[in-house]
Design a protein around this ligand. Structure first.
Ligand code: ADP
Ligand code: ZN
Length: 299
């Protein structure tokens, strides 16, 4: 079976793995994200030990995903300054002359969940992470959604909760979804880490109010067949209850589908691959890059 490499490039750690397109992971390591000068040699050294035929990268962003662009494969306007404009894809390609797939961490996770996880067998799903930031990947009609660039669904505007006086913390938009509902926003609003707020009902009611609005927009625009919610904040299972309640209220019977009423618990779910959605998706990005290069060679 073809051995593939996978990189899940995150803001706090890079996870590197080798494995197969069926999701089987042979070896995996985690490297702290500090500066490219420190982090990248360890990443590259890991793959030098293995005979992989292609590598897939799912990266934190924003990134340049336009294959025609001069800066394709770069991390672009990240607030993590050492990584701003860093040519991540080029750096990997310089060392390995094999096909390399490149997409966002959340698009990779959406792909993983669509092929091998909670949305297996479906031709569409959304993967949304609610963690340090909020981001979403979309797998629509069998393709990862991309236009001018990749989706940036964490930064949509939402209606404020009537009791919320917190100003929001997005450096670009203040009170966009990420500014109001990310883990650090919860911490700033309530004065302690989200992890310590399990028994505070009002916290999770408000969180559900914001996430449900976002899901309503995503459903109305993209019509995904499954919605998968991951990230640290979603460890608070009670948010699901709040999301289900508010989403039902907001949609108000406009769309009549069991997924949006009696079967909502099977429609909005936790990742089927648990914490492995991103790295599994990166293996699948590697597989896709390999397939594409084979098609190209045959032409
Ligand atoms: P990242 O987004 O950096 O990849 P995570 O998805 O783990 O990492 O998100 C980190 C955020 O999630 C932090 O703001 C943290 O407070 C929050 N978080 C982590 N675990 C929990 C938990 N069990 N309950 C609530 N919030 C959590
Ligand atoms: Zn924003």
């Amino acid at each position: 079976m073809t051995l593939l490499g996978a990189i899940e490039a995150g803001g706090t750690k890079f996870i590197c793995a080798v494995g197969h397109a069926n999701g089987e992971i042979k070896e995996r390591i985690s490297i702290p994200t500090t500066t490219p000068e420190e982090t990248m040699p360890d990443v590259l050294a890991f793959f030098q030990k293995h005979q992989v035929e292609a590598i897939g990268i799912g990266s934190f962003g924003p990134i340049d995903v336009d294959k025609k662009s001069k800066t394709y494969g770069n991390i672009t306007t990240t607030p993590k300054l050492p990584w701003k404009d860093y040519p991540l894809l080029e750096e990997v390609r310089k060392t390995f002359s094999i096909p390399v797939g490149f997409n966002t961490d959340v698009n990779a996770a959406a792909l993983g969940e669509a092929i091998l996880g909670a949305a297996k067998g479906l031709d569409s799903c959304l993967y949304i992470t609610i963690g340090t930031g909020i981001g979403a990947g979309a797998y629509i009609q069998g393709e990862l959604l991309q236009g001018l660039t990749h989706p940036e669904m964490g930064h949509i505007l939402v209606r404020r909760h009537p009791q919320d006086t917190y100003k929001g913390r997005c450096p670009y938009h203040g009170d966009c979804l990420e500014g109001l509902a990310s883990g650090p926003a919860i911490e700033a609003r309530w004065g302690t880490s989200a992890k310590n707020l399990s028994d505070k009902e009002e916290v999770w009611d408000m969180e559900g109010y914001y996430i449900a609005q976002a899901l309503m927009q995503y459903i109305l625009i993209l019509s995904p067949k499954k919605i998968i919610l991951g990230g640290g904040v979603m460890n608070q299972s009670q948010v699901f209850t709040s999301i289900h309640k508010y989403l039902g209220d907001f949609l108000n019977g406009y769309l009549v589908f069991p997924e949006l009423s009696s079967e909502m618990e099977d429609y909005i779910v936790k990742p089927g691959l648990g914490d492995h959605a991103g790295i599994t998706g990166a293996l699948l990005l590697a597989e896709r890059a390999l397939d594409e290069s084979k098609k190209y060679m045959m032409k």
